[in-house]
Ligand binder design. Structure first.
Ligand SMILES: Nc1ncnc2c1ncn2[C@@H]1O[C@H](COP(=O)(O)OP(=O)(O)OP(=O)(O)O)[C@@H](O)[C@H]1O
Length: 231
């Protein structure tokens, strides 16, 4: 789906990662892990073309970039915006309906179905500023479900979310993967990575390791919040 060839990520020409080479296969599910500041979010933003690489190439095997659904870090969201749960989830249908047309019946049903799947039907008309952290994240997942994009990028999807909701959201991620969507998720929870993610991209300041979770994870041990190379 996407190939990275000596791709160096960074800002204003200054590298924050080593040169990354690898392939994001269609239908794969990859956890991006590593210490704070190693460029995990920058990789997602570069795939989204919100950020230009410092050097190297990003190429798309189908010739053009796939449609992407993105879950930004919760801290980057404006939770005071005057919108309801329904309004936000409807945004997921923009690619299908265009920005200024109203939703047709089919899309209205898809939106209602997604809100129900995340357990927020009773909150559909609620202003988003009244939601708890877990409810807010469920709402954003409903928007991802409506988007139904071939590539799903998730930046720390469980931050600020209770463990029951995290388990539920993890099951939705697995369903997306089983439905054939390609998933890349930045995570800090190695146990969850170990349980659910077949592939891992581990970033450190100077190196990266990318491959089967069974190969990459055992080479590293977690000490505090830092991943360090095992002996
Ligand atoms: N807009 C920006 N301009 C300049 N430098 C930035 C910008 N955004 C991030 N950085 C820097 O780039 C580096 C990588 O940041 P990034 O957010 O990608 O790391 P991360 O691995 O996702 O970290 P975390 O786990 O803390 O979210 C950090 O040193 C950060 O300070």
């Amino acid at each position: 789906m996407i190939s990275l060839n000596h791709l160096v990520l960074g800002y204003q020409g200054k590298a924050v990662t080593p040169p990354l080479t690898g392939h994001i296969a269609k239908g794969s599910m990859t956890a991006i892990i590593g210490a704070n500041g190693t460029g995990k979010s920058t990789l997602l933003k570069t795939l989204l073309k919100l950020q230009s690489p410092v050097s190297g190439q990003l190429s798309f095997t189908d010739g053009s970039a796939p449609r992407i659904a993105w879950l930004p870090q919760l801290a980057e969201m404006d939770r005071q915006f005057p919108a309801t749960v329904y309004d936000v989830v409807c945004m997921g249908a923009w690619p299908a309906r265009g920005l200024f047309s109203s939703l047709n019946r089919q899309n209205r049903l898809r939106v209602a179905d997604a809100i129900e799947r995340v357990g927020l039907s009773a909150f559909s008309k609620q202003p988003i500023e009244t939601l708890s952290g877990g409810q807010f994240q469920r709402m954003l997942f409903a928007r991802l479900l409506v988007q139904d994009a071939p590539l799903v990028l998730l930046d720390e999807p469980f931050t600020g979310v209770d463990s029951q909701t995290s388990d539920f959201l993890m099951s939705l991620i697995c369903q997306m993967h089983q439905a054939g969507q390609t998933v890349m998720a930045v995570l800090h929870d190695n146990e969850r990575v170990n349980q659910h993610f077949p592939h891992v991209l581990l970033l450190t300041q100077d190196h990266f390791h990318w491959g089967d979770a069974a190969v990459v994870l055992p080479r590293y041990s977690q000490t505090g919040t830092h991943l360090a190379l095992s002996a």
